[in-house]
Design a protein around this ligand. Sequence first.
Ligand code: ADP
Length: 212
Amino acid sequence: MQLTKRQEAILNIVKGEGPITGEQIAERLSLTRATLRPDLAILTMAGLLEARPRVGYYFSGKSPNQVVAERLRRVLVGEVMSRPVVVREDCTAHDAIVTIFLEDCGTLFVADENAFLQGVVSRKDFLKVALGGRDLQKVPVGVIMTRMPNIAVAYPDETAWKAAKNLVAHEVDALPVVQRAARPDGSEGLQVVGRFSKTNVTRLFVEMGEGK
Ligand code: ADP
């Protein structure tokens, strides 16, 4: 976060003398309280200063980067995820590639008739099959997908920051967003409810850059 000279001067005064009222800060800077109002609002909204009625402004003790980090870590996967694009295990590689184009996504999730996650298949998996010269009309996604339990997943109520770290750690483009649920036979499985991809992270990055 880039501060103006005046905002930096305000921060320094509050650091040295806080808690201090807006009136007193204005006096130190030989400005009117009204002139300072927008700067005080920005510094307070940014989390660098805190204001208490009848006490005044005091320094929050946080650096601008800490404030951004805290804000980022409040965003949950469920708030930024996309709709999942799901195919069945017996879908052919050819039809799955068509789905990738139609749905404009890079990763498909493979699930059973009750939406329980079975696997993930990415563009690279299809490239591998194509390079191997196999008949895309005959190969089902079930034989080329990465299969459970070797799937990195995300949950709607975990932070987008943690899920993004998992994208990096597992070197993948997308994570299925899942919820735990009981299968018809009573066993526990992971039901697909969303898609968290590098695009969601990029969008979040852009929105935060715009101060949203
Ligand atoms: P990148 O383009 O970063 O190499 P991909 O998303 O193309 O990553 O995936 C690479 C490999 O990892 C593929 O074989 C794919 O099946 C597998 N994969 C993709 N997403 C996941 C995931 N969430 N968990 C586990 N494996 C995955």
